[in-house]
Write a protein that binds this ligand. Structure first.
Ligand SMILES: *Cc1c(COP(=O)(O)O)cnc(C)c1O
Length: 235
């Protein structure tokens, strides 16, 4: 019986996995299917199954995939973005998840203006108990949002926050970190975005922790390996 179950799981396609996740999460939580490192054929398979929201974390890879695939896909940039690479994705990206400096925000604004559009962004917060992760502290975000420099940017829209929890088995710790991000979101909403209908997103939760993230108020989960399988960085 166990053997049979394993066989069934193995034979589930990409679309089955997406549909399984969609069926298990609340309707108001968006699923970003993280296709980074995966071939265009895998995204095409998901697309043909009806899915339209994908996430990538390398600007050139995203540009290549954008060019090769249908244009009604909603592309999210989920990784650390270098200022000199904003130009690759500015013409078409739907949401940039990980903005953590005014320098980056200014470049996004500049490239958005060149393309005659407004680019939606999330502020990334450092919520994990790890040094290696990027992200703002609450104080840094306050400084940024209060600055005249920020207020002068007309081609970006801050639509919410994003964060990554510590890579740990300690569920309580992960929940606490997600709850912290939810509090940051509420606090910023009260201080800076009370009159904004667009400051709505809390991007948190990946394959290993999205259920905990949803319990803590996530509005957007970023799931890669549970949909497309484990990534191989050596190919
Ligand atoms: C790769 C990545 C994900 C998806 O990770 P999985 O564990 O494969 O679901 C989510 N968010 C970010 C920022 C990532 O870089």
């Amino acid at each position: 019986m166990l053997h049979l179950c394993k066989t069934i799981i193995k034979e589930m396609g990409i679309t089955d996995k997406i549909n399984e996740i969609l069926a298990s999460i609340p309707k108001n939580v968006k699923l970003v299917a993280v296709s980074k490192t995966k071939p265009i054929e895998d995204i095409k398979e998901a697309y043909e199954g009806g899915y339209r929201i994908f996430g990538e974390n390398k600007p050139q890879e995203l540009k290549t995939k954008f060019e090769a695939l249908p244009k009604d896909i909603e592309w999210h940039f989920i990784g650390h973005l270098q200022t000199n690479k904003v130009k690759y994705i500015a013409p078409f990206v739907s949401l940039i998840h990980a903005v953590d400096s005014i320098k980056l925000l200014k470049m996004i604004n500049k490239e958005a203006e060149k393309n005659n559009r407004t680019i939606n962004c999330l502020l990334q917060f450092h919520i994990a108990d790890e040094d290696s992760k990027f992200g703002l502290s609450f104080e840094e975000a306050l400084g940024m949002l209060e600055s005249d420099e920020f207020k002068s940017l007309k081609n970006i829209s801050i639509v919410g926050v994003m964060g990554m929890a510590t890579h740990t088995d300690n569920q309580e710790q992960i929940s606490k970190e997600f709850s912290n991000l939810k509090n940051i979101f509420s606090n910023l909403k009260d201080r800076f975005f009370t009159n904004s209908n667009s400051f709505t997103e809390i991007s948190m939760g990946m394959s290993g922790d999205y259920k905990l993230a949803i319990e803590q108020g996530s509005s957007m989960i970023r799931v890669g390996s549970s949909i497309f399988g484990a990534r191989n960085y050596n190919i």
